[in-house]
Design a protein around this ligand. Structure first.
Ligand SMILES: Cc1cc2nc3c(=O)[nH]c(=O)nc-3n(C[C@H](O)[C@H](O)[C@H](O)COP(=O)(O)OP(=O)(O)OC[C@H]3O[C@@H](n4cnc5c(N)ncnc54)[C@H](O)[C@@H]3O)c2cc1C
Length: 490
């Protein structure tokens, strides 16, 4: 039988996993990527490369990362993260709305898929020492269900996948944008229309896998679906994820799915550029707010900074920042926790002030000083004595203030005080297409599979509602990309 001709649309993690999987199963694969070679990698390039998967203790981690030294092993505590725990986390953060078929498939295939990426794509894994572990009593305690990253983070992951794609002899057409899906008289997908430097042309295929990301970089779609004010969000990653691929699938009858009016959005440096900067990558993010407090320009707190481990609150707090006056907030720390701030607080491109008094700090950052000092005094009085442990939910909560700080509530009492100005950075949108979780085949509005059409990655809806658990996006892209590629090849 002749090899199936499979077109993969997109050139990020989900697309390249689909391409490798389709090729592994005998297909003749072509990857179509809108960005040029110099801008390749999609949002994936900008990521921290963190992956969430269930594991049974250190044995599983050693299976994935065989070169951990004895010295490392003696200094770490990775705990364990069961499949049930991961399912519960995904359902909890989505307020019960995540599609159970997608959750079950993701959780059951995740560990096998990271091993496949290592073996097949030669992606190498390391523990996330800097970002997902706190030193407690001389031991590095990992927390929050996401403990490994690809070597070289997003750039390393993207490079490793492109190297594997090249080794497989898969053709990648950069600077080529899919504008439409083509269908035959039965409604089966039999190719795509593309636009490149030479104009518009058509490519025929036996199957198409869509993996072109969300619509976060399209201001019209962002405002239409997420609501007023989202024009002002900064784009954390690729400027190319503009939603036309999702739209073209909807045009041929694909079913919209997921939380269309919601998105993953975080605290992002106030002076970051409008779209991702490839040199800085994810370092404009400011994810250490559980170590301090967050206020707006009036000096008021507006979120519970300690509601949960950082991995389960950061993706919904960008939205809360956007609602504040001018869409601006300030993260405030003192010397008790300053040394624990993540790497991203130490870059030179940071909007930061330091002062020996709270009044001076407010003045430097542009916060209303009197109300700010009042807020901090009330917060300090609400802090209780008890034992502090940033690696677990320590229950060290404030009493009698709104919003509370439910964990890690240390008073701000050791100057100099430091503050960082942030705004809302959007990562990706939650609304997308519906696919069969077992096959990756896109479903139509009557729940029937569309012949010849598959999908994976951020353009799939159904997994993320309201919120997000750190490290799930890449993992889902790999699992569903691998599935879609395999099905498309058959
Ligand atoms: C700063 C940052 C940090 C992040 N860190 C993490 C992390 O550590 N862990 C994690 O799990 N997730 C992280 N994410 C989320 C991450 O974006 C996703 O999980 C993942 O990279 C998405 O992969 P994807 O393949 O679906 O999309 P992408 O990697 O965005 O790939 C989509 C591709 O489609 C191309 N494309 C778009 N339209 C067209 C078209 N019309 N024709 C052809 N090609 C097109 C784009 O150019 C792009 O290359 C982060 C995101 C950002 C922005």
């Amino acid at each position: 039988m002749a090899a199936k001709r499979v077109i993969i649309v997109g050139g990020g993690n989900a697309a390249l996993c689909a391409a490798l999987s389709a090729s592994e199963h005998g297909a003749n694969v072509t990857v179509i990527e809108k960005a040029t070679l110099e801008e390749r990698g999609g949002n994936t390039f900008f990521t921290g490369g963190g992956f969430r998967f269930p594991y049974n203790g250190i044995e599983d981690i050693q299976d994935l990362i065989p070169d951990l030294s004895d010295a490392e092993l003696n200094r770490i505590d990775v705990g364990n993260y069961s499949a049930k725990h991961m399912s519960d986390d995904l359902l909890r953060v989505s307020e019960g709305a995540a599609d159970p078929d997608m959750v079950n498939r993701l959780v059951s295939d995740a560990f096998d898929t990271v091993k496949w990426m290592r073996d097949y794509g030669l992606v190498r894994w390391v523990l996330m020492y800097g970002r997902q572990a706190y030193e407690v009593d001389g031991i590095l305690k990992f927390w929050g269900g996401m403990i490994t990253e690809a070597v070289g983070a997003g750039e390393g992951l993207s490079d490793a996948l492109y190297a594997a794609v090249e080794r497989q002899g898969i053709d990648v057409k950069f600077g080529t944008k899919m504008t439409n899906l083509l269908t035959d008289y039965r409604g089966a997908v039999n190719g795509i229309r593309v636009k490149d430097a030479s104009g518009i042309s058509e490519l025929s295929s036996d199957a198409v896998v869509l993996a072109a990301g969300g619509f976060q970089a399209n201001v019209e779609m962002r405002t239409r679906y997420l609501g007023p004010g989202w024009e002002f969000a900064k784009i954390r990653g690729s400027r190319h994820n503009t939603g036309e691929v999702i739209r073209s699938a909807l045009e041929i009858g694909a079913q919209p799915f997921g939380h269309w009016s919601s998105a993953h959005a975080v605290a992002w440096d106030l002076n970051a550029p409008p779209t991702g900067n490839r040199r800085i990558g994810d370092l404009y993010q400011k994810h250490s707010y559980p170590l301090g407090i967050v206020v707006n320009t009036n000096g008021d707190r507006f979120v519970d900074e300690g509601a949960d481990m950082r991995n389960y609150t950061y993706a919904k707090y960008g939205r809360e920042i956007l609602k504040q006056p001018y869409g601006v907030a300030f993260q405030i720390f003192d010397q008790q926790t300053a040394a624990r701030l993540r790497d991203e607080y130490r870059i030179k491109e940071v909007t930061k002030a330091e002062a020996s008094t709270l009044e001076e700090l407010a003045d430097s950052l542009g916060i209303q000083p009197k109300n700010f000092v009042d807020t901090v005094n009330k917060y300090n009085e609400a802090c209780q004595s008890g034992s502090y442990d940033p690696a677990v939910l320590d229950g060290l909560a404030t009493v009698g203030i709104t919003p509370p700080k439910s964990n890690w509530a240390l008073p701000l009492s050791e100057p100099p005080f430091i503050g960082f100005a942030v705004t809302c950075g959007i990562t990706f949108t939650f609304g997308g297409l519906r696919a069969n979780a077992a096959t990756g085949q896109v479903l139509d509005t009557e729940d029937l599979p569309i012949t010849g059409l598959y999908a994976a990655g951020e353009l799939l809806g159904g997994l993320f509602y309201h919120n997000y658990a750190g490290g799930t996006g890449l993992m889902a892209g790999s699992v569903f990309g691998r599935i879609a590629g395999r099905s498309a090849a058959k």
